[in-house]
Design a protein around this ligand. Structure first.
Ligand code: TRP
Length: 334
C-alpha cells in the first residue's frame, strides 16, 4: 500500500516498435488503472541488454517508449514513468535476490530456453538471471499487482517463490504480488498468420500494425490481411483471420463482436477491412499527434524523466534499505 492505494508495477522493453497488439493488449488498459492503483511503469532497459543492442538505438528507443507511455494516455503526474537504469535499486536488489534463487528454478524458465535457442552465440548470465531482475523490479516497490501477459506469468510465479522464501527466512519483508486480473486486453493476432500473436519482432512488416504507422499504411495492411475463402463475416475459431479483425474492430470502435457481425452480414471483405482499418486510424491518430507534440518539447520530457526517476528512487530505497539490513549489511554512517 502506498498513500492508501495498492501498488501496481509493470514494464516494457524498448526493443522493436510497439504494435497495435501491445497497445490494445497492455498499454490501453494501463491507462484505466491510474486512479485505482499507485502505478509504476518502467522502461526496462537493464533487461534489454541481455540481448546485444546498438547503444544509440537503445537510448533512442527507450526515450521513444517513455514518450509513447505519455502519448497513449498515462499521466506522468499520476503514474511513475521512468527508466529502470535511472533507479539504482533494481540492480542492487537483483544481486541480493540472486543469492536466494536456485539454478534449478531458473533452468525451468521457458523464456530462457527460447531466448537461448534464438541467441545461441550469446547465452550470457544476465539472460539466465533475467527473471531475478524482474523479481527485483516488482518487489522493490512492494507491488500488490502486476499486469502481465501469459508469456510472463512464469516469471511472476518465480517472483512469488523468491519473495516467499525470503520472507520465510527474514520475516515479512516483501509483499507477495498477484497477477493483475482485470478486464483482459484483447489478444491481437498477426495479420498475415492469424494463429500467431501480433509481435513487434515479426520479420514481415505486413503482419503487424505499428503504433507509428501512418493512416495509408494502416489501411493498406488491413486490405492485405489474410482472411479465408468462406467470404462471410462470422465470429468463429474456424475463421481466425476474420475473428482477429472483428476483435480489433471491436476494441477500436467499442462495438461488440455481435453488433459488428450483424452490421456486416452479407457484405464483402473489402468494405469490412476498410472499416476495420479506419477504426484503427481513429484510435492511433490522436496518440501519434500527441507523440509528435511531446517529442518537440524536450525540456518538458526531461523534467518528467528527472522527477519520476527521483520518485521511484525514493520509494525503492525504503525497501532496499530494509533488505540490506535484514541480510546483514552494515548500517550507513550518517
Ligand atoms: N519481462 C517483461 C517483458 O518482457 C518486462 C518486464 C520487466 C516486466 N520487468 C517487469 C513486466 C516487471 C512486469 C513486471 O514483457
Amino acid at each position: 500500500m502506498l498513500d492508501g492505494k495498492k501498488v501496481l508495477f509493470s514494464g516494457m522493453q524498448a526493443t522493436g516498435n510497439l504494435t497495435l497488439g501491445n497497445y490494445l493488449g497492455a498499454l490501453k488498459n494501463w491507462t484505466t488503472l491510474t486512479d485505482e492503483y499507485q502505478c509504476f511503469y518502467s522502461v526496462v532497459d537493464l533487461h534489454s541488454i541481455t540481448v546485444r543492442q546498438d547503444p544509440a538505438e537503445l537510448r533512442k528507443r527507450a526515450r521513444n517508449l517513455l514518450t509513447l507511455y505519455i502519448a497513449a494516455g498515462l499521466d506522468p503526474e499520476k503514474n511513475c514513468l521512468y527508466y529502470q537504469s535511472h533507479v539504482t535499486g533494481h540492480a542492487e536488489l537483483a544481486w541480493i535476490l540472486n543469492c536466494f534463487t536456485y539454478m534449478g528454478e531458473l533452468n525451468r524458465m521457458t523464456q530462457f530456453k527460447d531466448k537461448a535457442a534464438k541467441h545461441a552465440d550469446n547465452i550470457n548470465a544476465g539472460l539466465f538471471t533475467y527473471p531475478v531482475l524482474m523479481a527485483a523490479d516488482i518487489l522493490l516497490f512492494q507491488s500488490d499487482v502486476v499486469p502481465v501477459g501469459k508469456d510472463q506469468l512464469q516469471h511472476l510465479e518465480i517472483t512469488r517463490d523468491i519473495a516467499t522464501r525470503f520472507n520465510g527466512i527474514y520475516g515479512d519483508v516483501f509483499t507477495i504480488p498477484e497477477p493483475y486480473i482485470g478486464k483482459v486486453g484483447a489478444k491481437i493476432m498477426s495479420l498475415q498468420d492469424p494463429v500467431k500473436k501480433m509481435s513487434k519482432s515479426d520479420e514481415n512488416p505486413n503482419a503487424s500494425i505499428y503504433l507509428m504507422d501512418d493512416p495509408d499504411t494502416i489501411i493498406r495492411k488491413f486490405k492485405r490481411a489474410v482472411t479465408d475463402s468462406e467470404a462471410c463475416i462470422r465470429y468463429s475459431d474456424d475463421q481466425p483471420g476474420i475473428k482477429n479483425l472483428i476483435d480489433i474492430f471491436s476494441a477500436c470502435s467499442g462495438m461488440t463482436a455481435e453488433q459488428i457481425v450483424a452490421d456486416y452480414e452479407g457484405k464483402g471483405y473489402g468494405d469490412f477491412k476498410l472499416a476495420v482499418g479506419e477504426s484503427v486510424v481513429n484510435v492511433l491518430k490522436p496518440i501519434q499527434d500527441r507523440y509528435a507534440e511531446l517529442q518537440k518539447d524536450k525540456a518538458y520530457l526531461d523534467s518528467i524523466i528527472k522527477t519520476n526517476a527521483e520518485k521511484a528512487q525514493y520509494y525503492s530505497n525504503k525497501t532496499l534499505r530494509k533488505v540490506q539490513k535484514k541480510v546483514g549489511f552494515p548500517e550507513r554512517v550518517r
